[in-house]
Design a protein around this ligand. Structure first.
Ligand SMILES: Cc1ncc(COP(=O)(O)O)c(C=O)c1O
Length: 415
């Protein structure tokens, strides 16, 4: 029996049957029996630089010895938080942006949602409160993020949620236009959009969707909020997918890859249009923030991680992996359990399981990821139909081959 209540789990099944991960090095982690696994998901999509990187750990230690923690409420700041905000603004689509730091992705989404609604209070359009979200999207599990949930089930069973949220199909600009007409453009505050849907099954938007949706939202006057918690910091071959696809978002929510997970962090990047009214003389206090916003040891970890990413050119490497991942996943297409894969934008993919086998056994994705894990590769069941593939951006060709071989062997065991 365990006292640890696991996130996203059926504790009746997990209790006493945990996989205890004890150690990590590069793309590998080891459990408490000494068994080695390739981290085929970079933990939860975040470990861009691989595990055990001494440079990051040393930077954390050095900072902690100097000043381990201090808050940034009001006029307080610290050197790493200042440097990190400046660095992230420089990587963002508009370097004049401001950066609001948080402790993770869900914090960042709630922060973005509040900035979005508050922006229109400040600019004299308080009737703009509606937030539009796409089916299959995942925006974290705080209050707003749960209300914005597009994955079926993620908002169920907890009673009333934040009102004024409109759900649209994830892949249709026409449907977005209809939802805007039905709601009234003058009531819309923001559109939340993962440039590539991650947890909802690794779905790239149809050709032209992002550009057209961006233009449509611009016409309404609402804010375009890019949720780059997964796609940010290299995973899609650039610092931000918004930059790669010229989305010019009003807000970007980020987390995960900013520290490669070495310490928890996130934030929101606000373009000049958005921050201007908050920064204007006489603007009311923005009553929002977190105890650990701008935490110096966390910021030092982020800076060291970003140094490493620059030095090892990991954005460019992720772009190279984009094609190699498609080719690699293609080699699994002859397997009887594999119906196809989603990939082709950045270094993230989903192996789709055979729909007939899935119809006969809805537990197949969980069984498949456990079978693959028994063969030394960590994957994850996503969207009830697929296995996640998103290893550290540092993976070598040989390790990638080893990962594919482990996946095949695991699926063979199940077939
Ligand atoms: C797109 C997206 N947004 C938000 C979140 C929430 O991030 P966190 O779990 O750090 O709160 C996630 C987490 O996976 C995510 O994938």
């Amino acid at each position: 029996m365990t006292s640890l209540w696991h996130p996203f789990s059926s504790m009746a099944a997990v209790d006493g049957a945990e996989l205890v991960i004890e150690r990590g090095e590069g793309v590998y982690v080891w459990d408490d029996t000494g068994k080695r696994y390739i981290d085929g998901t970079a933990s939860l999509w975040y470990c861009q630089v691989g595990h055990g990187r001494r440079e990051i750990i040393e930077a954390m230690r050095t900072q902690a010895l100097q000043l381990e923690a201090y808050h940034t409420f009001g006029d307080f700041a610290n050197p790493p938080a200042l440097a990190l905000a400046e660095r992230i603004a420089r990587y963002s689509p508009d370097p004049r942006s401001k950066v609001f730091l948080t402790s993770g992705g869900s914090d960042s989404i709630d922060t973005a949602a509040k900035i979005t609604r508050r922006y229109f209070q400040l600019t004299g359009e308080p009737e703009r409160t509606v937030l539009i979200t796409r089916a299959m999207s995942y925006h974290g599990m705080h209050g707003y993020g749960t209300a914005l949930a597009g994955i079926p089930g993620n908002a169920d069973g907890i009673g009333p949620l934040t009102p004024d949220v409109v759900l649209v199909p994830w892949d249709s600009v026409d449907a977005l236009g209809e939802a805007i007409d039905r709601t009234g453009a003058e009531r819309i505050a923001g559109f939340f959009c993962e440039p590539v849907i991650g947890v909802g099954g690794v779905r790239r938007a149809p050709e032209g969707y992002l550009k057209e949706a961006r233009a449509l939202i611009a016409e309404t006057g609402a804010l375009f909020v890019a949720d780059e918690v997964i796609t940010g910091f290299g995973r899609v071959g650039d610092w931000f997918a918004s930059r790669r696809f010229s989305l010019e978002p009003d807000l970007i929510a980020f987390a995960k890859g900013v520290t490669s997970g070495y310490l928890p962090a996130g934030g929101v990047i606000a373009a000049p249009r958005v921050w201007a009214p908050f920064y204007s003389a006489g603007a009311a206090l923005f009553r929002h923030g977190y105890t650990y916003s701008g935490h110096p040891t966390v910021a030092a970890a982020a800076l060291a991680n970003l140094d490493l990413m620059e030095r090892e050119q990991l954005c460019a490497r992720a772009l190279e992996w984009e094609t190699k991942l498609v080719e690699g996943l293609d080699t699994l297409l002859d397997h009887p359990l594999v119906a196809g894969h989603r990939s082709g934008v950045g270094f993230l993919g989903a192996i789709l399981l055979d729909p007939k086998r899935l119809a006969a056994d809805p537990d197949l994705p969980v069984k498949a990821f456990k079978a693959v894990r028994a063969r030394g590769v960590i994957s994850r069941a996503i969207a009830g139909e697929a296995l996640q593939v998103s290893p550290p951006l540092t993976i070598t060709d040989g390790e990638f081959e080893e990962m594919l071989a482990g996946i095949r062997r695991g699926l063979d065991d199940l077939a």
